[in-house]
Design a protein around this ligand. Structure first.
Ligand code: ZN
Length: 237
């Protein structure tokens, strides 16, 4: 088995774990409003699916647009203890029965969501990443924007980086995003992700369609895109 195949297998399993988790999260999402977000002057888009230049779909749980900022919110319904930092490709989930699973790092996932939101909004705004753990097990993570569901309302309310959006601005942001939303169903989105995984397995870069190649780095071998430095896609071993 080639190294590309081996490394790709390592990252596609967590993606499958993520897809399976999604159903539970939606159920929670429907119970979120407006109790969880509070009764505030906001615009909110749930389950926004965007297509990128290459026809890849990206599903964003919530875009919360408020006077004090724009928040890209990823909810995760993971049980047990979670371990990981901002930069790892994967987090580890340790269940109470001792079982361990690899999960896609939601911070990285959300970074790519924000990239696409910025692209659509013309890089005019600062968009803030928030990872919400529905099982309220964020305390060991120690990352300020990885929070428990029961902290979300206060987190959003107290957020202050000096931004003040007017009603017109909030309307415009919402309309721009909605006009870029695809009508794709969740099922089609999952199909689209599986297609990306198939390409990965064939050694095709999911970001630009280039060829994935093996490289030697400071910390060992890794997979990078042959279109580097134009495309910075990498998978660490
Ligand atoms: Zn690439």
């Amino acid at each position: 088995m080639g190294i590309i195949h081996k490394i790709v297998k390592k990252i596609t399993q967590p993606i499958e774990n993520n897809i399976r988790g999604k159903r539970g999260e939606r159920k929670v999402d429907s119970a979120l409003n407006p109790l969880i977000f509070g009764r505030v002057n906001h615009r909110q888009i749930n389950n926004l699916i965007l297509l990128d230049e290459r026809g890849k779909s990206h599903q964003i749980d919530h875009v919360e647009i408020r006077e004090n900022g724009i928040f890209c919110i990823e909810t995760k319904n993971y049980k047990g203890y979670l371990f990981g930092d901002e930069f790892q490709d994967q987090w580890t989930q340790s269940l109470y029965n001792g079982e361990k699973h690899s999960l896609v790092n939601p911070i990285k996932q959300n970074k790519s969501h924000i990239y696409h939101l910025n692209r659509i909004l013309g890089n005019k705004y600062k968009i803030h990443s928030v990872i919400v753990l529905v099982q309220n097990n964020a305390e060991r993570m120690n990352i300020p924007y990885v929070i428990n569901l029961n902290q979300l309302k206060d987190y959003l309310k107290n957020f202050n980086d000096g931004t003040h959006l007017t009603n017109d601005e909030m309307d415009e942001i919402e309309e721009t995003l909605l006009s870029n939303a695809t009508k794709m169903s969740n099922r089609e989105h999952v199909k689209n992700i599986k297609q990306t995984q198939k390409e990965l397995k064939k050694g095709i870069c999911p970001r630009c369609g280039g060829k994935l190649v093996e490289r030697d780095g400071e910390h060992g071998k890794f997979i990078g895109c042959s279109n580097y430095p134009k495309c910075k896609f990498t998978i660490k071993n």
